[in-house]
Write a protein of this length. Structure first.
Length: 151
């Protein structure tokens, strides 16, 4: 249809200008949450925390004793000393083999995707294919020491 403008429909619970913070474990949640909050302040946006879990697992199996996500709790603790930004939370069950594809789809409606460096196997594909900014945070993985070589 000539002259028709197409737009990306945001993922459930997400607005077009959101900073999407992808949380996979407690260890990376701190760095991801802090970086996402800084991005949100810079962009006058909110942070949409997105917890990824394998579709074959029941969310109750990965949550804390009261049914609360330990990953979301770690992200909130990390934000205690940060300037307040609006946040939303969502758990996404997905097939790990489709993780990159789904993150690229979700990122199409975001201002920026924030991912932890060591924890996402689809990192390079997301960085290459995403239609939004992608911020990778956290220390790079240490290369294993070679046998017979002193560090």
């Amino acid at each position: 249809m000539p002259g028709r403008a197409w737009s990306v429909t945001p993922h459930v619970g997400m607005e077009m200008s959101d900073v999407i913070a992808v949380l996979e474990d407690e260890r990376s949640a701190v760095d991801v949450a802090r970086a996402a909050a800084r991005q949100a302040r810079t962009r006058s946006a909110r942070v949409h925390f997105l917890r990824l879990i394998d579709a074959s697992r029941d969310p109750r199996d990965v949550d804390g004793p009261a049914g609360q996500s330990m990953v979301f709790q770690a992200a909130l603790r990390a934000l205690r000393d940060e300037t307040r930004v609006p946040v939303t939370f969502e758990t996404l069950r997905l097939n790990p083999s489709r993780a990159a594809e789904r993150l690229v789809e979700i990122g199409a409606g975001a201002a920026v995707l924030v991912l932890g460096r060591d924890h996402h196997p689809a990192l390079e594909a997301v960085r290459r294919l995403a239609r939004c900014d992608v911020l990778i945070v956290g220390a790079p993985a240490q290369a294993p020491a070679q046998a017979g070589v002193d560090a």
